[in-house]
Design a protein around this ligand. Structure first.
Ligand code: G6P
Length: 616
């Protein structure tokens, strides 16, 4: 995790760096720091524990001048979040300064070697070890900064995205990456450089971006074009991409939190997700990946889905959709388990990687392993140009715009929408879905954004309910079939931002354990929309009520039966079974949001979490 930003150009670096840190704060907010080299060659470094706002306060009134600087927002791995462990770190001589995102796995051994050579360490971080190694290499071989970085990185095991500066080379930033993301924006005359962990700090300054590949080193030098090389110093062509990032999406747009904005974004962004793909007028769904890889997708022995967190919940829905419409067997695996399980996967398999950020380390490694073993990799990703997108053979972007709130919302519905389109498109090609079902499904899918808008009108009603439930210590979320992953997702949302213990469970399984927990202090959220297992879920609800459990049920509009049993109900528009997650999840997102707000918690940046988990 962690976010890095760096700037070299003719503008003042500090405001650009701070703005960039705010945009990257979703990646971690244990501490923040900035180093700016002023015109007199003095390096001013400021670091603060906690959020970027604390850093700004600290730096207020201090000398932050200069047109070259590096900055960092931290999610602690090695060493507790304090000022000493905060980045930027300084080398022993005081000449080199560096920010780093990633983990140096052999830091312990390298530290021992450097101590023997006379180096001392101020912090507990792996970053300081890498920096001292660069300095040691520089001194030993009388090398320039870029050569020293290349040599040092050859000795490193682990993941890194770094930006390093040397007071002896005042017009240069050297940057490199392996398994941690890094983008370089090219500004004025190609000799203004915006370096960042993703393109969001760059958006608004330039749309020309270069994404480094693993084990590449870039030299950003005042007055010169960008130079890229391998660790072996072989020159690499500079591959410039044009990005199209809507800067307004990076602001809260009048909402108190990004999470609420992103919940309310859903009707519009799901239309974006379907635009040009779902074509009801032509009675077709067209996904270029399905057209281009028709044979591999239709003839696959099976599909395997790898993902983490909320994206894993979307994969569970994807499995049901694909098995229902395409009759292709699907396995769903946590990416972190898959990569260490010596999976039986190879030619003839299609591995779907589902990831909002496209940078989750475990998912990326699972993708690399699947590719090495000969499977075709299909990415379902939000962040355009991200590592997972680039490591995939093909894929479908969900196109829901940047998601900044740590608790994922619109990415989940975007992923589910892509799965629905994919299952229908492949099923149609394969002939496993009847014509009438297909046409009806297209029209139902098209109506989803408007149905979500209608649920969002219940925001105040859900806010009032949140007041009644906010002091409970435990929650159970129960659902069946398509609504089972929604129960998992509802429980995860509550845990993530309100710190209330919540469990999601398949409703019928409740009898095999969780029912023992049910009493008057245990709210049970039932997903009881009109879908194929509605009758069954009513029985499960009766079982809870018989044990004095408090039932809050999500029901379809017009339901009169559940109203008699449950303490509270929230109505959502009727949808066919295959689309019910897209409506039933919305009240759960709002419920978690309002409970967290009512508890006075930091909704967008909950403790201990980070949006993009780029470490194992
Ligand atoms: C983190 C985030 C979750 C997200 C998960 C997977 O835990 O806090 O919201 O679902 O990572 O992230 P990805 O970007 O791969 O979907």
């Amino acid at each position: 995790m962690c976010g890095i930003v760096a700037y070299l150009g003719c503008r003042e670096a500090y405001p650009i760096l701070i703005r960039g840190l705010h945009r990257l704060e979703y990646r971690g907010y244990d501490s923040a720091g900035v180093a700016v080299l002023n015109d007199k060659g003095k390096l001013n470094i400021y670091k603060a524990v906690g959020k970027v706002a604390n850093l700004e306060q600290l730096a207020m009134g201090q000398d932050c001048s200069g047109s070259l600087g590096i900055a960092h927002t931290r999610w602690a791995t090695h060493g507790e979040p304090n000022e000493v462990n905060a980045h930027p770190h300084i080398s022993q001589s005081g000449d080199l300064t560096m920010v780093h995102n990633g983990i140096i796995e052999n830091a312990g051994a390298l530290r021992e070697q450097l101590i023997k050579k006379g180096f001392t360490f101020r912090s507990e971080t792996d970053t300081e070890v890498l920096l001292q190694l660069i300095e040691y290499t520089q001194q030993k071989h009388n090398a320039d900064l870029a050569s020293a970085v290349r040599s040092a990185l050859k000795k490193v095991i682990g993941a890194y995205a770094i930006a390093v500066i040397d007071r002896k080379e005042p017009g240069t930033i050297v940057t490199a990456r392996k398994s941690s993301p890094l983008a370089i924006g090219l500004g004025e005359g190609n000799s203004e450089f915006f370096i960042a962990s993703d393109a969001s700090p760059i958006a608004g300054y330039t749309n020309k971006v270069v994404y480094l590949n693993d084990e590449e080193v870039a030299i950003c030098r005042r007055g010169e074009d960008l130079q890229i090389s391998t660790l072996g110093a072989d020159k690499v062509d500079v591959r410039i991409k044009e990005i199209d990032l809507d800067v307004s999406m990076l602001d809260k747009g009048g909402f108190p939190h990004f999470m609420l904005k992103e919940i309310f974004d859903q009707p519009a962004v799901l239309k974006d997700c379907m635009r040009g793909r779902l074509l009801p007028a032509h009675r077709r769904i067209i996904l270029s990946a399905v057209t281009e890889h028709r044979e591999e997708l239709l003839n696959a022995k099976r599909y395997v889905m790898v993902s983490c967190g909320t994206s894993w919940h979307a994969a569970l829905i994807g499995k049901q959709l694909i098995e229902q419409f395409c009759r292709i067997p699907v396995e769903v695996a946590y990416a972190s388990e898959f990569r260490y399980s010596d999976p039986v996967v190879g030619p003839g398999d299609v591995v779907f990687a589902i990831s909002q950020s496209g940078e989750t380390a475990d998912t990326l490694s699972a993708v690399q392993m699947a590719s090495e073993r000969g499977a075709m990799v299909f990415g379902i990703v939000n962040a355009v140009g991200s590592s997972i997108a680039r490591a995939s053979d093909t894929g479908t972007y969900i196109h829901v715009g940047p998601e900044i709130g740590v608790a994922s919302t619109k990415a989940f519905t975007g992923q589910t929408t892509v799965f629905a389109m994919l299952a229908l498109a492949i099923g149609r090609e394969k002939g496993t879905i009847g014509e009438d079902t297909y046409y009806e499904a297209l029209s139902e899918l098209e109506q989803i954004p408007d149905k979500i808008s209608r649920i969002l009108e219940k925001n105040d009603e859900i806010k009032a309910l949140a007041q009644q439930y906010k002091d409970n210590k435990n929650f159970l979320y129960l659902g069946r079939g398509m609504n089972y992953p929604v129960a998992l997702e509802g429980a995860l949302k509550l845990k993530e931002i309100s710190y209330i213990h919540a469990e999601g469970y398949p409703a019928a399984e409740m009898k095999h354990g969780p029912i023992a927990l049910v009493d008057e202090d245990m709210p049970v959220v039932f997903l009881a929309t009109h879908h194929n297992l509605y009758e069954k879920i009513l029985s499960n609800m009766q079982e809870v009520v018989a044990r004095k459990g408090r039932v809050l049920a999500i029901v379809s509009e017009g339901d009169t039966v559940v109203k008699q049993i449950a303490e509270h109900v929230i109505e959502v528009p009727r949808t066919p079974n295959f689309l019910c997650p897209l409506v039933s999840v919305i009240p759960l997102q709002l419920l978690a949001y309002h409970i967290a707000v009512a508890k006075g918690l930091d909704v967008d940046q909950p403790r201990n979490l980070a949006k993009s988990v780029t470490v194992e």
